[in-house]
Design a protein around this ligand. Sequence first.
Ligand code: NI
Length: 220
Amino acid sequence: MKYELVTIENSPNKEVLTKPSKPVEFPLNKEMQDLVAHMKEEVIKLGGVGLAAPQIGQDVQIMVVYISDDAMGLRKDAVESMGPTVFINPDYKPIDGSQMVDDWEGCFSVEETTGKVPRHSKISYTAFNEAGEPMDGEAEGFTARVIQHEIDHLKGTLIVDRLTEGTIHGHPKDMALMRIKDMNKDEKQLMKKMIEETIAKGEEAERYQELLAVLNNELA
Ligand code: NI
């Protein structure tokens, strides 16, 4: 099975991004096992922190979260790294002490808009792992942000739905410039290293070349 990245701007099957996905039954059948294996590889290849099944055209409630040490280095509210972790049929709710926090988010399925998305700072979540075992837990900061972003995908919600009036948002090129201006030299260098590694893995998205150009200019 060949999976292709679906974008809201350019894919003929883009409706998969804006409708709720179906719950998955256990034990996983061969098709779902293959999908899970592919997604765990793909999130690394793309240089992302998360990937949801609708983003590769599959309307099932499967997502992967991957928070590397490098990714943590770019986020002041990152508290824990997470190897590629599969969440099936997940849900979340904010917990006591949670606040709404705006921070940068991009999405592989939204090519023309990024921005500072408001998210709950602390959540509890429910989900199942690949074996069908419950993996309920709590998350905060950047981890909570990524989980909320990916669960949004499974409900048919995109960052463009949350980047409403009053939020900072715009074209990725302009937003990258704004974000990079806010970074210190170490953060800029870390981001450059991560983008170079992603490009070296064969990822050709134009946004990476643009970011790299901005970073090289800033670090020169
Ligand atoms: Ni996304």
